[in-house]
Design a protein around this ligand. Structure first.
Ligand SMILES: [Fe+2]
Ligand SMILES: [Fe+2]
Length: 483
């Protein structure tokens, strides 16, 4: 195969890191690439690999024109390595090294810590692609199918971004870690992905929208805090990833919003006022609002676990070392070293949920999680306005942080969505009222019939307000090659 034995990786990989003159890294990426493609073909979207998908590709870092839209077959997507521009004056903005010039190389003493941060972030990127791999087949429209694949190829690019850091700055162990990122599998009993939420199933499109709303938003918060890093290449990488991440959250928020909109519309057309009249609502072929609440409960609580323990010496060490800061670190008005500050943490005290002041340094995770909750609440409030406008009396809420937790302060207890402590028996009795039951899952699954006609949408979801890249309503976002 003469055409494929030589690939010019410097032109194949859009980059602003001067790959063409970085022979060592170019070679390392070249060696990693076949394994990546193999992973994409076996663990990426099931089917559709020969379809032409209207995708955006990051081609530069110019804020006004960083992406171009065109039809691409997914395996030919140009997964580039793009870092936000370097600022020569940039400093370490927090922790023990505050005020030093930002590091362009990995500080020897923090090598292991930094590698761990890169690997954990990197591991989530392919994991979500694996979790979503069967969704194309049940896409409710070509528009949604395209958005799914857009998110998938960008998570693939985020894996590349982390692998670039590993190959460029971590030598041999970086190479081994890059390999490991291709070997773990979401949900695999023997070699699972590193974090819990990334081993859960994403069985249907409502789960996909909830995942991109809640779990990609955890990703956003992690990237925001890594974008503060004193290790400049990490900061620059994450800053650019955030520009893509915004679209993933858009997909989640508008996706759930469109489901709510359609349900309200169908209820009104049928003259149903009671949102809990579930049998009649489901008979209309739309998702009842209480089921949407249960899905939100599940995905929010799983995502809270991703922030780790509320009180954590690891998080304190990352901060102190200048490797991982707080959300909007440079805009916070304090000493950025947290030598004596405290932060209120919700804890389990004598069988009661109470606020306790902890040293702010060890409460870094808690603070990031609080910022996350605020960000989630914004989206939930916008969903609630859709119901209000439609005149349907139902409001979605975020459950208590004590609800359904597997990590941190509340992992050993059961609590209601309102934060009331329960016995195991009480919990078991109520569980199916608060989290999706088998029957709920079966019902949602029954709605997942593909709708692939141009400009058409499955009956359980409303059409979007605007097209991608200002395309008209009947635009063919995916050209599926059948037969
Ligand atoms: Fe990502
Ligand atoms: Fe994402």
């Amino acid at each position: 195969m003469p055409d494929t034995t030589y690939v010019d990786y410097s032109t194949k990989i859009p980059n602003n890191v001067n790959l063409a003159s970085d022979n060592r890294v170019l070679k390392a990426l070249e060696q990693w690439h076949p394994g990546y493609i193999d992973w994409w073909m076996t663990m990426g979207p099931d089917g559709f690999q020969t379809s032409d998908v209207f995708l955006r590709t990051a081609v530069s870092i110019d804020p006004k024109g960083w992406a171009k839209f065109d039809y691409v077959k997914m395996p030919d997507y140009r997964w580039g390595i793009l870092l936000a521009p370097q600022d020569e004056e940039r400093r370490v903005n927090f922790g023990a090294h505050m005020g030093e010039k930002a590091w362009q190389e990995v500080p020897g003493e923090y090598r292991a810590m930094l590698r761990r941060l890169v690997v954990i972030q990197g591991d989530t990127e392919p994991a979500s692609v694996e979790q979503q791999r069967f969704l194309g087949k049940t896409a409710p429209s070509l528009y949604d199918m395209r958005n799914l694949f857009q998110v998938n190829v960008e998570e693939g690019r985020h894996l590349w971004a982390m692998v670039y850091l590993l190959q460029k700055y971590f030598g041999r162990d970086g190479r081994e870690e890059a390999q490991g990122l291709l070997e773990r599998r979401s949900g695999d009993a023997d070699k699972p992905r590193m974090l819990g939420a990334f081993n859960e199933e994403t069985p249907d499109w409502l789960s996909f929208f909830m995942f991109t709303f809640f779990t990609d938003r955890d990703g956003k918060m992690q990237l925001e805090s890594l974008a503060q890093s004193g290790f400049d290449p990490m900061s620059r990488t994450c800053r650019f990833m955030l520009t893509e991440e915004a679209h993933h959250m858009f997909v989640g928020e508008t996706g759930v919003g469109r489901v709510i909109e359609r349900t309200c519309e169908a209820m009104k057309a049928a003259g149903i006022e009671d949102p809990f009249d579930m049998a009649r609502i489901r008979a209309l072929g739309v998702v009842d609002l209480p089921t949407i609440q249960k899905k939100a409960n599940l995905h929010y609580s799983l995502s809270l676990d991703l922030f780790g323990s509320e009180v954590s010496t690891n998080a304190a060490n990352f901060f102190n070392a200048g490797l991982k800061g707080r959300f909007m670190e440079t805009r916070i008005e304090d000493d950025h070293q947290l030598t004596s500050a405290t932060y209120p943490v919700l804890k389990l005290v004598d069988g009661d949920i109470r606020t306790v002041d902890e040293p702010a340094l060890t409460a870094i995770n808690m603070r990031l999680r609080d910022d996350y909750t605020k960000d989630c609440q914004g989206g939930v409030s916008r969903w609630n306005r859709i119901m209000e406008k439609a005149g349907i009396k139902f409001q979605l809420t975020l459950p208590s942080v004590a609800f359904n937790r597997k990590i941190g302060e509340f992992k050993g207890i059961e609590a209601s969505p309102e934060g009331k402590l329960l016995t195991a028996e009480q919990w078991m009795k109520m569980r199916d009222q608060w989290l999706p039951s088998k029957a709920d899952g079966d019902f949602v699954a029954s709605l997942m019939q593909p709708c692939w006609d141009r400009g058409k949408y499955a009956g359980w979801i409303a059409a979007p307000k605007v097209g991608i890249d200002q395309k008209p309503g009947d635009f063919e976002y995916v050209k599926i090659h059948r037969g």
